[in-house]
Design a binder for this molecule. Structure first.
Ligand code: ADP
Ligand code: ZN
Length: 853
């Protein structure tokens, strides 16, 4: 007897037939190539349309992997792939899908995107696989034929074995088990259980009674369902209220609730609020008034819905919608920048555009930077389009994710809303892509296939012949510049809806405050900010205190004037290194002595800057002891439900002051927020990142937009040491263009994007000198393709701004230049050289990086 290795699959190594197909497969491995495998004829069913886009299970380097069958020409005529001789090709173990799960179009888009950013093609394609595709491989112990015979001879032979060994054998005979599973199955071994199992396994292996096998264990992704209750067909709810249910008040109330919901209600949500509802539902069903239906569950949690009612468009809105509608109708891949101040009605424009896409029989995809279900766009799309929306968020269990995916693929659902990974959703009839808050850094994937959602969306949109809308109040410099040079069409919404004023922004000069009150409290909360909080509390309004904590206390920062030291060449903040008491530039590795006195104001007392949200919370509690205070930052947000509970408290006005990092700045709409205070606008300015000014301006503007969205006018207070900085001052006048002009000038002068191509290489290793040497080796390899006087710069190697992360030392190289082809060939040289680095050294190459730390 040969035990099947996989449930329902033929055993490994079965040999049959000669006329086998050879298929090209993409595997999720960090190698830039595809692989050929033989498809044994027992697996190839009569097919008319071939196997492209189906998943397969194949052996690779001692493991079983899930791969994707791709067109032969996907990678061009790659000689490495062609080299394999058919006779030596390994065999496909199983065809997973009956139907293709990835379209040929998507494969093409991903292959091109991967090539452009120098990412391994298989890693890119893996993103498009349906959820739950990652298999676990296991190496369980199984009986050999000899083991079976031994067991079959029963007590006589088995009795000769040690008791533990006998038990192991009996267990394994039922089903192959791993070491860990055995330990669980035989928990109560009296004498040293772990050791005896190991010994037993070793003995059995040596005697040839058992062997190790390779087994594939798929993560189970079950599609969860909800029981939905509807009014029964042919029942007129108004009639019922007047006749049948006049004498059953509770049933009548429940029936009306059900009748009011256009898409039915999940019984789960009804019984949660009142357990007696179960009996009432049964009574209604018995009367034939309602029916039940099982429907795939769409949402893990409830959402806050605001009104889905249509409004009539403002003049500005109608004007911008014109060309968008036109592009949707004519199916042209036109790109739009929808540039509108916060509250100008961008979301309403998206909703109308989505409706238009649906009208012409196509699907729509909406991307948001970070998806929490409380995100107002999610809520508003849901409110308007109900069941036609699939929300793809990371909180979904694999089964729920699969359910959404399946509904989109089968076109039961026409709209997908999600974070950047929603780009991979199977939408074969795309009519529109919207990227909201397009400037957000979260659109860049920072691992493996390091795509930028904006670029990938552009490719997908051109492939699908559909328009792309990039929306923002503070567009990225890249996008705004694209509009300037005519690559993308700018549509603007310069006013808030209903003539509401933009919030008044006051900028507090901390240096002046300090001068007024030299012996006073620390400057975390200046006097004007304290007064404003008190005022908001007195009026029953809410306050958000915002602290951009991201960064480190390792920057020299003057508490008198706010001056921070910068590199003259790279114009980024210098980082203080305590060990050698020096300031260092993390781009070019230049070092400088720590100044004796502040270079800004001459004050002898320079200081390290370091205020965290916890410290701020302490301070706020001591100043306002009776206020209801909550905190939201990255650490707390990782606790399940914490973000939701803070946002809910804000919405329900059950909290007075919320202290938070940028998480509170994003896309939420809280009518009760009367005051927004930015505690230290400077913090972000002094990050060693060429986008520091852009980020700061964007963040301050977004945060300011959170105040006064409803009828009460909002107030914003920004504390800073540099009130005149070009990234801070224009926040007060909501002057994006003023900021943009200034910043684009700096970018051009220093040759940063969008005027140059940039590649960032980070080398890391546990051993510092090993990491540095490896970085130097890569730098040397990079110099080879650079001719004298070529317009490309190689910066570094220098310690990365985060010089040590998770116990590994990190060094950084930057390649920057106006000539994209040249930057690419230097990057390729580095990529090639990185394959020859010692084990234990890791290289990450990021084309067009966003994260510079
Ligand atoms: P943005 O997305 O630009 O921040 P929103 O779309 O959220 O702006 O609009 C701000 C507020 O104005 C929302 O409460 C929205 O419901 C409302 N609104 C949008 N368009 C209109 C309109 N044409 N008429 C009335 N109210 C509108
Ligand atoms: Zn420098």
């Amino acid at each position: 007897m040969t035990a099947p290795l996989f449930d329902g699959l033929p055993p490994l190594g079965a040999d049959d037939g000669a006329d086998e197909e050879i298929l090209r497969v993409a595997l999720p491995v960090p190698l830039d190539r595809l692989f050929d495998y033989r498809l044994p004829s027992r697996l190839s069913r009569p097919e008319t349309h071939g196997h492209l886009g189906k998943r397969v299970r194949v052996p690779f380097a001692g493991q079983l992997l899930v791969g994707l069958i791709v067109p032969r020409e996907l990678c061009g005529d790659d000689p490495e792939t062609r080299n394999e001789r058919p006779g030596k090709l390994a065999e496909i173990q199983a065809l997973i899908d009956e139907e293709p799960v990835v379209s040929v179009a998507m494969m093409g888009v991903l292959a091109e995107a991967a090539r452009e950013i120098l990412a391994p093609i298989g890693t890119a394609l893996a993103h498009a696989l349906p959820p739950g595709s990652s298999p676990r491989t296991a190496r369980p112990y199984a009986l050999t034929p000899r083991g079976e015979r031994t067991l079959a001879h029963g007590a006589r032979a088995a009795g000769a074995l040690e008791p533990v060994t006998g038990r192991i054998l009996a267990r394994i005979a039922k089903k192959p088990l791993t070491r860990a599973e055995l330990a669980r199955a035989l928990p109560d071994e009296p004498d040293a259980p772990g050791a005896s199992i190991d010994q037993g396994l070793e003995d059995l292996l040596r005697d040839g009674l058992i062997e190790r096998r390779l087994e594939f264990r798929a993560a189970k992704a079950r599609i969860p369902t909800d029981r939905i209750v509807h009014v029964a067909p042919d029942i007129d709810p108004d009639e019922v209220a007047k006749t049948t249910l006049t004498r059953a008040a509770s049933q009548a109330r429940l029936f009306q609730e059900i009748a009011a919901a256009a898409h039915g209600i999940a019984t789960r949500s009804l019984t949660k609020s009142d357990p007696r509802v179960g009996a009432l539902l049964r009574a209604l069903a018995k009367r034939g008034l309602v029916v039940f239906e099982e429907r795939p569950r769409l949402f893990a949690t409830e959402t806050f819905l605001d009104g889905g009612g249509e409004v009539s468009l403002s003049e500005d809105q109608s004007e911008v919608l014109g060309p968008i509608r036109d592009a949707i109708k004519r199916q042209v891949p036109e790109r739009f920048l929808l540039h509108g101040v916060t509250g100008s009605g961008k979301t309403e424009v998206y909703l109308r555009a989505i409706a238009e896409a649906l009208e012409v029989g196509r699907q729509a995809l909406v991307l948001v930077p970070e998806i929490t279900l409380t995100h107002q766009i999610v809520a508003r799309v849901r409110a308007r389009f109900g069941d036609q929306v699939a929300v793809l968020h990371s909180g979904l269990k694999p089964g729920e994710r699969l359910a959404q995916w399946e509904r989109l693929r089968s076109r039961q659902t026409a709209i997908a809303v999600g974070a950047r990974s929603a780009l991979f959703a199977p939408l074969d009839a795309l009519g529109l892509i919207v990227i909201d808050e397009e400037h957000d850094g979260a659109y860049k994937n920072d691992e493996g296939f390091r795509y930028h959602a904006r670029d990938l969306a552009e490719r997908i949109a051109s492939q699908a012949h559909c328009p792309l809308i990039l929306g923002s109040a503070t567009p990225s410099l890249e996008t705004r510049h694209s509009a300037e040079i005519g690559r993308i069409r700018r549509l603007s919404l310069p006013r808030r809806i209903g003539g509401r004023p933009l919030p008044a922004v006051e900028i507090i000069d901390l240096a002046k405050e300090k001068a007024k009150n030299p012996r006073g409290r620390k400057l975390i909360l200046s006097r004007p900010l304290r007064t404003a909080i008190q005022h908001a509390l007195d009026q029953g309004g809410q306050t958000i205190l915002f602290l951009n904590r991201r960064g480190f206390s390792t920057r020299i920062f003057c508490f008198q004037c706010g001056h921070a030291e910068r590199c003259d060449d790279c114009d980024v903040a210098l980082v203080y290194h305590a060990a050698d008491y020096q300031l260092r530039c993390h781009y070019c590795d230049g070092v400088r002595d720590v100044p004796e006195r502040c270079n800004g104001c001459g004050d002898p007392e320079t200081a390290l800057l370091g205020v965290g949200t916890e410290r701020l919370e302490e301070e706020v509690r001591s100043v306002f002891p009776s206020a209801r205070i909550m905190r939201l930052d990255r650490d707390l947000a990782s606790r399940r439900g914490h973000t939701e509970s803070v946002l809910r408290a804000l919405k329900d006005e059950e909290v007075d002051i919320v202290i938070g990092t940028q998480m509170v700045a994003k896309g939420h709409d809280f009518p009760g927020v009367q005051l927004v205070g930015v505690v230290a606008a400077d913090i972000g300015l002094h990050l060693p990142d060429f986008r520091a000014a852009e980020r700061t301006f964007q963040l301050l503007t977004q945060v300011a937009g959170r105040a006064g969205r409803a009828d009460r006018p909002g107030r914003v207070i920004v504390q800073t040491f540099v009130p005149d900085h070009y990234a801070v001052a224009p926040v007060a006048t909501h002057d994006y263009e003023g900021f943009y002009r200034e910043e684009i000038g700096h970018r051009e002068a220093l040759g940063y994007p969008p005027f140059a191509e940039l590649t960032r290489v980070v080398v890391q290793a546990e051993n510092e000198s090993e990491a540095r040497e490896a970085a130097e080796a890569l730098a040397a390899a990079a110099r080879i393709p650079i001719a004298d006087g070529a317009p490309v710069e190689l910066l570094g190697p220098a310690p990365a701004p985060l010089a040590k992360l998770r116990g590994r030392f990190r060094f950084m190289l930057l390649i920057k230049g106006k000539d994209a082809g040249l930057v690419r060939s230097v990057s390729l040289a580095i990529l090639k050289a990185s394959k020859n680095l010692p084990r234990g050294v890791q290289t990450a190459l990021d084309v067009r990086p966003v994260n510079m730390l």
